[in-house]
Design a protein around this ligand. Structure first.
Ligand code: AP5
Length: 210
């Protein structure tokens, strides 16, 4: 199954995509994670993306589209994947339609206030990418990843000013995707406000996963 998951910042895209990827044994492909890995390794792609990410702006479409085309051409993505954080603009969605056929699109919705509150408590593993929340999904040790033992960090773009800019970009550029995918009859809306386990249940139920 080829799945796509989008929603506002902090809606739990990454959290739910990881759960789905493990359950369905498919790769979790997150454009945000790919960019962060490239920034960390100081690649040319990372250098191009960093300035946009630091300001909460979208990386330009031509850069993102070339990157995702390359990633989806790798063999592990042949039979299915969970795509997290792509597309974020109509031109990105149109490009994706030319690359492959997506089966279902999940929109995970939360309010802007919830977004700000969640990202304030997020902690991420720099090594394996696992995501925690100090209150809602706490690691056993506040500064250490449960899965790989590496140090947990606060993402550089999780400051209040940058989160607000990211939300503005979401409302302007990404929300039009709702209608785009409704018109294709593939859009499934998920209420992202309840606890993680309940959001997962709604997703599994709507995708007919046991
Ligand atoms: P990206 O890394 O994708 O960031 P984002 O879109 O801002 O999304 P987040 O990772 O902040 O949130 P999430 O929904 O994944 O939430 P999470 O599961 O972590 O992108 C970063 C940047 O890269 C962009 O700003 C842009 O510059 C660039 N970029 C990426 N893709 C691009 C593209 N296609 N085009 C152009 N530029 C692109 O959860 C958040 C927190 O809440 C966690 O602490 C979690 O534990 C907690 N939580 C999750 N679910 C729940 C719940 N149900 N209840 C309570 N807490 C919860």
């Amino acid at each position: 199954m080829k799945l796509l998951i989008f929603g506002p910042q902090g809606s739990g895209k990454g959290t739910q995509a990881e759960i789905l990827s493990e359950k369905l044994d498919m790769p979790h492909i997150s454009t945000g994670d790919i960019f962060r890995e490239n920034v960390k390794n100081q690649t040319e792609l990372g250098q191009k993306a960093k300035a946009y990410m630091d300001q909460g702006q979208l990386v330009p479409d031509d850069i993102v589209i070339a990157m995702i085309k390359n990633r989806l051409s790798q063999t592990d993505a042949n039979f299915g994947f969970v795509l997290d954080g792509y597309p974020r603009t109509i031109p990105q969605a149109e490009a994706l339609d030319r690359i492959t056929k997506i089966d279902k699109i999940l929109e995970v919705w939360i309010s802007d206030d919830e977004s700000l509150m969640r990202l304030g408590g997020r902690r991420s593993c720099q090594k394996c990418g696992a995501v925690y929340h100090l209150k809602f999904n706490p690691p056993k040790n506040e500064s250490q990843c449960d899965k790989c033992g590496s140090r947990l960090i606060i993402r550089e773009d999780d400051t209040e000013a940058v989160i607000k800019e990211r939300l503005q970009q979401y409302h302007q550029q990404t929300e039009p995707l709702v209608k785009y995918y409704q018109d294709q009859n593939k859009h499934i809306k998920i209420d992202g406000m309840p606890p993680i386990i309940d959001v997962t249940s709604e997703i599994f139920s709507k995708l007919f996963i046991n």
